[in-house]
Design a protein around this ligand. Sequence first.
Ligand code: GUN
Length: 296
Amino acid sequence: MAATLIDGKAFAAKVRGQVAEHVARLKEQNGITPGLAVVLVGEDPASQVYVRSKGKQTVEVGMNSYEHKLEADTSEADLLALIDQLNNDASVHGILVQLPLPKHLDEDLVINSIAPEKDVDGFHISNVGLLGTGQKSMVPCTPLGCLMMLRDHHGSLSGMDAVVIGRSNIVGKPMAQLLLGDSCTVTIAHSRTEDLPDVVRRADIVVAAVGRPEMVPGDWIKEGATVIDVGINRIERDGKNVLVGDVDFASAAERAGAITPVPGGVGPMTIACLLANTVTACCRANNLAEPEGLTA
Ligand code: GUN
């Protein structure tokens, strides 16, 4: 394998360490403990795993974790009342409503009812607009994690040709905004893009976020390019359940200069960035200096 492996697991541990240091300082110097509230509606098994993991890591870095588990048939009015209560609770600096929500709840309405300054997912329409206009905002966790890894590997990204494959609100679009903010020339490719292989072949940076197992083969990758694989797809191979990314890792690693593995690449960075966003929100709420290197 020619490519350098970008170790997201190790990088996430480093980010959590920085968050923990900042939390300790906030407690000692300011008497403030950052708090993250996570709201889970229903019993989706994958969401339960994520929420448990978020709660555990929140406590491990020294922050307060508040978990609110609501029945699957919770009414929209009850959910909005809980969010309103959390918006007005000074001990809560970050609020995350786990998605997807049960079908009878309007996700956009719910997300936009979170106070923007507590929206540690960066999904509120105000944060989307602030990011799009280059203003200070809360930045979605997965793209923020990708940006941190790219900055760490390259230093400056200025002038690089970046292709983001996927146009989701959660990853593709904010990722493109962040890369633009770091002065990349950015293309957003998607299922209707013509000549996708050629578009990808000119990229110095490829961020794959489509959710299709191994759809990007190695021969689309420019020699020496950096490949960030956001996909986490569970497939059956040789009778076993395995996790693979959106990029065919084995062939891409032959051509890339650097590449994130799946698992152990982008995945662990998402929760680390959620913790970073919570500390950032806490500092902003208290007019204190933000942690360096943990924001966009
Ligand atoms: N479900 C899957 N990923 C996410 C995420 O990043 N944030 C929220 N709120 N829900 C999710």
